[in-house]
Design a protein around this ligand. Structure first.
Ligand SMILES: *Cc1c(COP(=O)(O)O)cnc(C)c1O
Length: 356
């Protein structure tokens, strides 16, 4: 193991890479991890030495608060490689801002910006072989924070661990998704933690999503918790509706996650002169548009899948099928985003960040 210190980042390198054991053509999303990981503990009121070390197991007390109270937040971002072997991140400052926003909501101390970016750049330099060039290939980055203080008393912890793991992935979804509109369960509520990437938000989604799967659907379209009347998100993605040629998505609120992909799609639409309408869209309006033919597309947006076209939705036990139009916005935005991410297109927005 080689140990080096660069500014205040401690780097302990692996002796032998595990990369040879990985089948990059048959990856299961998020189940393989690169050689190194980042770890930084919080105690005595401050973040301690930021450290990169070989990926491996943690030793942690079963009484750590994260296991009992779910005090944990995470992020999802990707690193891409172009055909020259250069590595890029996409709007990483958004993920940094968001993990601290999520942390604040969960009473977790905020993480320093320089620790975050030094860690990302150092990790990506060490493990750049784990990023394969080619469309859809990337290294999925998973920063997360958890409460490590020992004690089953219900109060915020005074010890935390901030980590970053990196997982080689291929494209997330194959094919179009069928969704069911939620009429009983909710993902988030007013004043709740829906706008935070809190670990428990996902845990709470699994059961209603399993019910949807038993009925033959892939995902749930979440509606507002008060009346189940307005369309909010699709699974773990933001959701867009194209009615005639207008692109509609719900406004950000404390129930809706402020997605980087959502924000980028809106910017691309505006640049292209496509009319956008950020407003509440009711299920009634959606059903009317599906019935009169003005509903042209529904798609989810998120880092993992980029854009995920919806081919059918179910409401009140009735299925509505969508036929992808020739000028599909989903196809267009997915291509435009990926062309920027993989350094194939000019990036007039300044979204692409080269890893040095
Ligand atoms: C992470 C997430 C998204 C997508 O955010 P991106 O920044 O685009 O990846 C959307 N909805 C929820 C609930 C999420 O957790």
């Amino acid at each position: 193991m080689i140990t080096q210190e660069n500014s205040n980042l401690i780097i302990k390198e692996i002796d032998t890479s595990r990369i040879g054991a990985v089948d990059f053509d048959n990856l299961t999303f998020g189940s393989d991890f690169s050689d190194h990981m980042f770890e930084c503990d919080y105690k005595n009121g401050k973040w301690q030495e930021p450290t990169i070390k070989p990926y491996g197991l943690l030793t942690i007390s079963p009484a750590a608060k994260v296991f009992h109270y779910g005090q944990a937040v995470f992020e999802g971002m990707k690193a891409y490689k172009d055909d020259n072997g250069d590595v890029f991140l996409f709007r990483p400052e958004k993920n940094f801002e968001r993990i601290n926003k999520s942390s604040k909501r969960m009473a977790i101390p905020e993480f320093p910006e320089d620790y975050f970016f030094d860690a990302l750049h150092a990790l990506l330099n060490l493990d750049k072989e784990w990023i394969r060039p080619g469309n859809g290939n990337s290294l999925y980055l998973r920063p997360f924070v958890m409460a490590t203080q020992v004690g089953v008393s219900a109060s915020p912890a005074d010890k935390y661990k901030f980590m970053i793991l990196m997982s080689p992935v291929q494209s997330y979804y194959s094919g179009d998704v069928k969704v069911i509109i939620a009429q009983e369960y909710s993902r988030s509520a007013n004043g709740g933690v829906g706008a935070a990437k809190a670990a428990g938000n996902y845990g709470a989604q699994f059961y209603p999503t399993n019910l949807a799967k038993e009925q033959g659907y892939d995902q749930v379209i979440w509606t507002d918790a008060n009346e189940h009347k307005y369309l909010e998100e699709a699974g773990t993605m933001n959701v867009f509706f194209r009615i005639n040629d207008t692109l509609i998505t719900a406004p950000i609120s404390d129930r809706i996650l402020d997605g980087v992909t959502r924000n980028s799609v809106l910017a691309l639409a505006e640049r292209a002169g496509i009319k956008t309408d950020v407003r509440k869209l009711s299920v009634d309006e959606l059903v009317t548009a599906a019935s009169d033919g003005s509903l042209k597309e529904i798609f989810g947006s998120g880092t993992a899948a980029v854009i995920s076209p919806v081919s059918a939705f179910c409401y009140n036990e009735k299925d509505y099928t969508l036929i992808k139009p020739a000028d599909s916005y989903a196809t267009r935005f997915k291509k435009e985003l990926m062309d920027i991410q993989y350094n194939r297109a000019e990036d007039s927005f300044g979204w692409r960040i080269a890893v040095k």
